[in-house]
Structure formats: C-alpha cells, structure tokens
Design a protein around this ligand. Structure first.
Ligand code: HEM
Length: 112
C-alpha cells in the first residue's frame, strides 16, 4: 500500500478519534459502549497507519515517534476516563488538546 493510503488512514482515524473522544465528555452514560468501541477501533487504525508510515517512509523509529506513541496512548485512554471522571472533564479535555497538539507539532518539526 502507498504512503498516501497510510497518510489518509492516519488523519481520518485521528479526526474520528478526536471527535468521539470529546463527545465522550458530554455524552449520556448509555453511549459508553458504542463510543468506546469506535474510539478503540480508530485508535488501532491510528497506530497501525503510524507504524505503516514509519516503515513506508523509511524513517526508522526516531525519538519523536516514541513521544507520539506516548501521546497516542494517553489520547486512547481518554474516552474511557471521560465517562468515569465527569467532574474533571475540563482538565481531561485540556490534556486531550495538549496530547493531540504535541503529536502534531512533533511530526512537523521532528525536533529529535
Ligand atoms: C496523538 C496521536 C497522533 C497524532 C495527533 C498524529 C498526527 C499526525 C499528523 C497530523 C501527521 C501529518 C500527516 C500528513 O502530513 O499528511 C502525522 C504523520 C505521521 N505520523 Fe502521526 N499522529 C499520532 C500518532 C502517531 C503514532 C502513534 C505514530 C507511530 C508510532 C505516528 C507516526 C506518524 C508518521 C510516521 C507520520 C508521517 C511523517 C512524515 O510524513 O514525515 N503518529 N501524524
């Protein structure tokens, strides 16, 4: 498969993952199962396409990719946390923005 395929998959799954993650902070409790299923699948697609890109673009496994992996782990856990910690929604939403923005900055600047 071409790098473009992985780029599109990476960004599309990111858009859906972010959308449903932030929805989870305000969604009624009965949506939990469906939202966690969707964010789980999107999170898997994100990491598969990310590793696929590293391979296709022959980037090896640089430090910025390891940090992105940490951001991805945090972002993937957020939807589950969102249903359990309603009182701290504001804090966790900020954490979500910070993780997503850090991952984007890393991929464009590739500082290390
Ligand atoms: C919070 C999670 C993540 C976010 C927000 C994110 C975001 C992005 C964005 C915006 C791009 C640019 C796409 C483009 O230029 O078309 C990108 C590319 C990329 N991402 Fe991610 N990503 C995340 C997780 C990961 C993970 C876990 C990996 C792999 C371990 C990964 C590996 C890559 C690679 C290799 C590229 C291509 C770099 C290049 O074109 O030079 N990403 N990512």
């Amino acid at each position: 498969m071409s790098p473009s395929f992985y780029h599109i998959l990476h960004l599309s799954s990111l858009i859906v993952l972010l959308g449903y993650t932030f929805y989870a902070f305000a969604a009624p409790a009965e949506t939990r199962k469906r939202v966690l299923m969707i964010t789980g699948v999107m999170s898997l697609l994100m990491v598969v396409s990310g590793v696929g890109l590293l391979h296709k673009l022959r980037l090896g496994f640089p430090v910025w990719a390891i940090v992105k992996l940490v951001c991805w782990l945090g972002l993937s856990a957020l939807a589950g946390i969102a249903y359990k910690r309603r009182a701290q929604s504001d804090l966790f939403m900020l954490v979500g923005f910070a993780l997503a923005i850090t991952a984007v900055v890393l991929v464009y600047l590739k500082p290390f």
